[in-house]
Design a protein around this ligand. Sequence first.
Ligand code: UGA
Length: 431
Amino acid sequence: MKKIAMIGTGYVGLVSGTCFADAGNEVTCCDIDQDKIAKLLQGSMPIYEPGLTELVTKNLKKGTLQFTSEIPQAISHAEIIYIAVGTPMTVTGEADLTYIKQVAKTIGEHLNEYKVIVTKSTVPVGTGKLIASIIKEQTDTPFDLVSNPEFLREGVAIKDCLNMERAVIGATSENAWQLIADLHRPFTSKIVKTSVETAELIKYAANAFLATKISFINDIANICERVDADVTKVSEGIGLDSRIGQSFLQAGVGFGGSCFPKDTAALRHISQNVGYNFKLIEAVMETNEQQRVHMVNKLVSALGTLEGKTISVLGLAFKPNTDDVRSSPALDIIPQLVTMGAEVRAYDPIAVSEVKKRLGYQCTYSENLYKTIENADACLVLTDWQQVRQIDLTKVKQIMKQPILVDGRNLFELETMEQLGFTYLSVGRPI
Ligand code: UGA
């Protein structure tokens, strides 16, 4: 049993803190946002994540998990201090380290004995050293620094955390490495031992590689559309080669979310800073942006013009099982449709309020799928929600003004759509 302070109760901090508590450690999750902490203490989660409420409630009851905004006390009490605050993207694509620096200063001010300080936030290579120097400006108390990046996916974060495929740990001492490795043994036996800098880079390399797979298959999809080939079969045909693997080869509207867009931009920035021209990552980002435009072009090709047309956008979250809309394709595409004169109706089972905060009343919103579709000139699928996947297509055809469906997630069988009489434009598949 270890005493852990988790500073930052965003996605990463809240999920990993709760999972460490569930494994029997004594975890104090801290945040400067008092309102958030008050809600968490009442069992109300700041994010939608399947299974999280139950696991938090269970561990609050057991006493293994606590929430507080008294960060200094949590620091003094812990033997391991995790930093899990946000590193948002600046306009130049660089990671903003404001919160990291603030936390490092607070840790330095309250470090009362030797502790192990761990970064879980995604941070540019060299941030570990920066954190150490900020702490040393405040105190002579000894400490070790560890980089232990997070690989959980939103929507399945609890499962990813409790059954992680690997843990990556880069530490400044053997003692610190062993301590953090022991913490991870209940979750995985595959532990990669590295330096702090290597661990920091692994996080960016992992996300950039996955983003590359997606942009690669989207480029192949665009070729498929020109040669009458089927990208879903290409994915199957190449993915069964174990060296390639089948995951992350689903062509579509491209990647969104709080990680891939931010981390690819940050990696480009890191490489520019060290004088390396990382052309591949540039292309990955460009293909991803183009893919969004491509969806709008598909609508235009089906409808002629969008002026005065009613478009139903099905799915606003960047992926299913989350209400996260950060860098979601919908946030880019809806304003484009509105500018082109379309009346947009948007559906999402849980992300409507998040999109409303960002797009306001540029469009109308609903959590009722069929109401969104009624009398529409075309539907545009942007998120592969189960509700959309399982939609009654016969009913959809009956209630639409024209049966035009542009599918940015390749959810439906070509044959079925043809039999039902839809004009069906998906990604990288024959029309
Ligand atoms: C991603 C990584 O998968 C996690 O390992 C990592 O820990 C996390 O970022 C992070 O850095 O915190 P996440 O952003 O939750 O996780 O979402 P993913 O499931 O990876 O999906 C990202 C985007 O790629 C989504 O928009 C999804 O629709 C898209 N995608 C994914 C595709 O377009 N095609 C695919 O084949 C797979």
